[in-house]
Design a protein around this ligand. Structure first.
Ligand SMILES: [Zn+2]
Length: 167
């Protein structure tokens, strides 16, 4: 996946929104975890092209900030999608490391021998690796479950094989 194919929207989610941040990464968005302590931090993030997302009461009502009301991470994700206006075509499912936010590299199955369970090595294809932390990702039941959760949340069709974002 090339740099230019990345979604344009980039998020700076408050450190208190850790699970939401991971789900934004699952969708392929650059989602930094930042301590949104004061207005100066928020303004510098906005000028850097980031959309600040927070639950801090003191930022409620600011035009430039996405204020999240729910304490449930799925409802939070729905709020972001609706408030920011995220479209299905922007989604690059499983293209980013959920732990460290780096874009994943496509790697060949041969190179993951020993790094993944044997049954995965024998049955899976489409391996991706995080260039920063080295974690290897592959399609599987965990991923299918996440796709199901996202589909019922958003109404989007996100089945496996379409994650390149071409449709
Ligand atoms: Zn990583």
């Amino acid at each position: 996946m090339s740099e230019s194919d990345e979604p344009e929207k980039r998020f700076a989610a408050d450190v208190m929104l850790g699970r939401l941040t991971k789900w934004l990464r699952v969708l392929g968005f650059d989602a930094r975890s930042v301590l949104l302590a004061n207005l100066a931090v928020i303004e510098s993030l906005i000028s850097g092209g980031f959309i600040p997302v927070t639950r801090r009461e003191k930022f409620r009502g600011l035009d430039s900030v996405i204020f999240i009301g729910s304490d449930d991470h799925f409802e939070q994700l729905a709020e972001v999608i609706s408030l920011v206006g995220v479209g299905r075509e922007e989604v690059r499912l499983f293209s980013r490391c959920i732990l460290c936010n780096a874009g994943l590299d496509q790697i060949s199955g041969q190179t993951v021998f020993g790094a993944v369970p044997d049954y995965v090595f024998e049955t899976a294809s489409d391996f991706r690796k995080c260039p920063r932390c080295g974690r290897v990702y592959w399609p599987g039941s965990h991923r299918r479950k996440m796709i199901g959760q996202l589909e019922s949340l958003t109404g989007w069709r996100l089945r496996e094989g379409e994650e390149g974002g071409t449709k």
